[in-house]
Write a protein that binds this ligand. Structure first.
Ligand code: GDP
Length: 322
């Protein structure tokens, strides 16, 4: 039975990946902040199948101890302060966890179990002020916030350990990927949760920023399959994971509200507070390498993603008011 360690297991991607690996017969170990694990929100339906450990990317010794005890075959690193806009309020700690944390884990792997395969969760935020459209694995980075800068460091230290220490280390450059487990601070879940609240009579408006902003949005459940696929190849490499399609925030609103029989224009209020000082421009990826080399394709379409999220929020909020 192969063993996998997932950092940030309590988050959206960690929980989907844990389910995927369990279905493939892995023993799954996870670390996360105690406060996230305590709520178990995304893990509660299968928490007994996991081994949850205390560890921290700020604490090298904790990583070494875990690797010595369990000697995992695969390590997936999701632990990060993961909200790009939020990184402005904690730029230094963002660097410590999201950037240096990657080195701490890679160094622990090099010292304890150099044969372990490593996945680094990189991000399209690294492209920021995009240098070309669409972006590929070779597009130069130009991040626009502390999160993006920290992720660029994480990407390059992953490449460096691969090339200089022969660690099987892969960097997955993922575009926005959403699901019913997405945090409410992200625009997609804010919209689906808001539309469901309005439908149920719990609210009468939602306040948003730039409705013309566009993103390449995919389904997190599909994207974790690409991550696993990267670690099953003969050679480690970097991959852009995306749909190659963009939609605007406005289109997301239209789809979400029309799914519950409403017109978004009656409920969406634009509010200066939610505009970005520096908006990332035309973030859209080219998924060709990932599709060709891994044989990966997203299964869930944009419309299916929106309806899945709205249906979940309707059900979730519906239970709360019963
Ligand atoms: P990320 O910034 O790409 O990680 O993802 P978000 O979901 O936070 O934002 C996606 C896009 O939605 C950005 O271009 C935002 O400017 C836009 N947006 C418009 N209104 C809002 C809002 O109320 N909240 C958030 N988070 N984003 C918004």
């Amino acid at each position: 039975m192969p063993t996998a360690l997932i950092t940030g297991i309590a988050g959206q991607d960690g929980s989907y990946l844990a389910e995927l690996l369990l279905s493939k017969g892995y023993r799954v170990l996870g670390i996360d902040h105690l406060s996230s694990i305590a709520t178990y929100e995304h893990l509660k339906h299968f928490q007994d199948d996991l081994t949850l450990l205390e560890g921290d990317l700020l604490d090298q010794g904790s990583l070494v101890a875990i690797l010595e005890q369990y000697s995992p075959d695969e390590v997936y690193n999701f632990a990060a302060l993961s909200f790009p806009e939020g990184s402005w309020s904690r730029p230094v700690v963002t660097g410590d966890i999201t950037a240096l944390g990657v080195t701490r884990m890679l160094e622990a792997i090099r010292l304890v179990c150099p044969k372990a395969r490593f996945y680094q969760a990189s991000s399209s935020e690294m492209f920021g002020v995009v240098r070309e459209v669409p972006q590929t694995e070779n597009t130069p980075f130009y991040p626009r916030n502390p999160y993006g800068v920290a992720k660029v460091y994480g990407h390059w230290i992953t490449v460096t350990y691969r090339e200089m220490h022969q660690i099987f280390a892969c960097s997955g450059i993922l575009y926005n990927h959403e699901s019913p487990r997405r945090g409410l601070q992200y625009v997609t879940r804010k919209i689906t949760h808001g539309a469901a609240r309005i439908k149920l009579g719990l609210a009468d408006e939602i306040r948003l920023g730039n409705l013309d902003a566009r993103r390449d949005w995919g389904y997190a459940g599909d994207y974790v399959e690409a991550m696993w696929g990267m670690l099953q190849q003969d050679q480690p490499d970097d991959y852009v994971v995306c749909t190659g399609e963009t939609h605007s925030v406005r289109e997301f609103c239209e789809a979400a509200f029309s799914h519950v029989g409403l017109n978004y224009q009656d409920y969406v209020v634009q509010d200066e507070r939610f505009y970005r000082p520096a908006e990332a421009k035309l973030l859209v990826g080219n998924p060709e390498k990932t599709q060709t080399k891994l044989g990966w394709k997203p299964r869930v379409s944009f419309e299916e993603l929106v309806t899945m999220m709205v249906d979940f929020d309707l059900q979730y909020l519906g239970k709360e008011i019963l």
